[in-house]
Design a protein around this ligand. Structure first.
Ligand code: MG
Length: 368
């Protein structure tokens, strides 16, 4: 089997509600999505998606995905897409770094490999759990009253896990955490996601003030060095998300004991092939996982769900459903959707969902 053509589409995915990251730093209303169709000489087609969570969240850029694919495409045409490691090496040789640009190609290749084998991707990766995965909400940085209202909105959809965005103002953060903890139902999972919003001393002030609550903080500071510097000075569980980009990051976090949980976002780390290795590093070091899309449609959510299904049930805390935050559905209700706050693995070979091409507009590039 050979890759014969790589067709690229760009779609703006409007957010249902404007979104603020921690401390009101980063507001945006539309996600810049890239969809990729890979055709092969056998007639089997695969789809991938790359949708950064805006261009201010991490070093990933919507137009950069299209530019990266244009650079890599000549090195990918003619390769067997089922040999995902060969495709990965060709991408890494032709364009070092830029993992987010590689994610959609990797995803489409796994889709093709699954369809050719007659297996869902999770089973092709070694076996996927059918236990439905709890979806975590994403509660933007707001006042205590607004935070409760957003949590209520997600509870009405069946959600039992919430990622509450904090960071920026120590006193306000402590008050919001205490308010949410008082509002939390027994059995609900709440993660406090700082999105790098604290300096080292701000992190330590909030974490020590909330020590009695034993809550988990995600990405409290900007860098791994910052998180390492505070590691011995607080007692709170930590999840690392934005600073987990490469396999080398995963190894450092695991060996130095910097996190109790990996937040693996598929597009940020470059797709399933690379993310699968991070999963194994985590499991080998007693680290649990949140697995999710960086952003995007049901395709991106579905990719993350396949990886989440390969994580043993007790070690997978939650997934995400970014599709619930955007106002366009490019797959007309198909694929994994929120059912009582959970996503169910599709029993369909490959990714398990393809877009309606007529929702994508004309291609912005055709390579091949
Ligand atoms: Mg996060």
């Amino acid at each position: 089997m050979k890759i014969t053509c790589i067709t690229v589409f760009q779609v703006d995915l409007p957010l249902e509600h404007p979104y603020w990251l921690s401390g009101g730093r980063l507001k945006f209303e539309v996600l810049d999505a890239t969809f990729v169709r890979i055709d092969t000489d056998t007639g089997i087609t695969g789809w991938g998606e790359g949708t950064p969570w805006g261009h201010t969240y991490v070093p990933a850029h919507g137009p950069g995905i299209r530019a990266g694919i244009e650079t890599m495409a000549p090195f990918l045409l003619g390769l067997d897409p089922r040999r995902v490691l060969e495709v990965e090496r060709a991408m890494d040789l032709s364009l070092p770094g830029h993992l987010y640009a590689k994610g959609p190609i990797d995803m489409a290749c796994w889709d093709i490999a699954g369809r050719a084998a007659g297996l869902p991707i999770a089973d092709l990766m070694g076996g996927g759990s059918r236990t439905p995965r709890a979806i975590a909400s994403s509660v933007g940085a707001r006042s205590a009253e607004e935070t409760r209202a957003v949590i209520d909105r997600y509870r009405a959809r069946g959600y039992v896990a919430h990622s509450v965005k904090i960071g920026g103002d120590v006193a306000r953060d402590i008050a919001r955490i205490r308010d949410v903890e008082a509002y939390r139902d027994p059995g609900e999972i709440v993660l406090y996601d700082v999105n790098r919003g604290w300096t080292r001393q701000q992190a330590l002030r909030v974490m020590s003030a909330c020590e009695d609550l034993n809550v988990m903080f995600e990405q409290p500071c900007e860098t791994l060095d910052d998180i390492a510097a505070i590691a011995g000075k607080h007692a709170s569980p930590v999840s690392i998300d934005e600073s987990l980009v490469t396999l080398q990051d995963a190894v450092r976090i695991a060996r130095e004991g910097l996190a109790d949980v990996f937040g693996i976002k598929l597009n940020r780390v470059g797709g399933l092939t690379k993310a699968g290795r991070m999963r194994d590093i985590a499991l080998a070091h007693g680290i649990d996982m949140f697995v999710m899309a960086t952003g995007g449609s049901v395709l991106a959510d579905c990719e993350a769900l396949h990886l989440a299904a390969t994580v043993p049930d007790p070690h997978c805390h939650a997934v995400w459903s970014c599709q619930d935050m955007i106002t366009i559905d490019i797959a007309d209700g198909r694929g994994p959707r929120n059912i009582a706050g959970h996503l169910h693995l599709p029993e369909i070979p490959g990714l398990g969902v393809h877009p309606d091409e007529n929702t994508l507009g004309d291609p912005v590039a055709v390579h091949g």
